[in-house]
Design a protein around this ligand. Sequence first.
Ligand code: SF4
Length: 214
Amino acid sequence: MDADPHPRQIDLFPAVASSLEQLSEGCRGCRRCGLADGRLQVVVSRGNPAARLMVIGEGPGAQEDASGLPFVGRAGQLLDQMLASVAIDSNSEAYICNVVKCRPPGNRKPTALEIAACRPWLEQQIRLVNPAVILLAGASAMEGVLGIKGGITRLRGQWRPGEQEPLAGRWLMPIFHPSYLLRNPSREQGSPKWLTWHDLQDVRRRLNQLESGS
Ligand code: SF4
């Protein structure tokens, strides 16, 4: 990841929120990293806070910054369509958020320091939503949550058991970020889109298993 263009000392750990409403309020007032300086809105989440599936992406883009909701631009629409293709409604059956809650300027990748600054908020979200399955959309999400740098092409589609709190007891899977799929629209066998569709079918199967208790 790039060097942080706005280095600043990370503030004290944010207060522990006892509800998602408290967490949203805390995020809205957060200035723990330099991304606070350029944001229009803090983008916390959309979807169902009681969902068994959480999708974590990289960070807000321009449309998300303007609307205050994650994954609402073209990439978000593609994510919705792909989830719908395996009978998952993104608003009622998933909870969607990002590793950083404020827009990186020019849609650059968030830095390691920015991701670290925002991580306590993400950890609180995971505890409060308590999902059984977490999808990590793109390399930044994989690095920010699992600490694995690079290799999304090799690691996508592989289930990983969460090992440490707040991931323990949950199943995680890295997938391609929908923005990458927009740049690679082929649906041919073996293409990123084709592979992602198969990954999501696997997610559907796991959710079915969890629902049936098997
Ligand atoms: S990106 Fe996260 S840590 Fe940085 S200011 Fe926004 S909410 Fe705070």
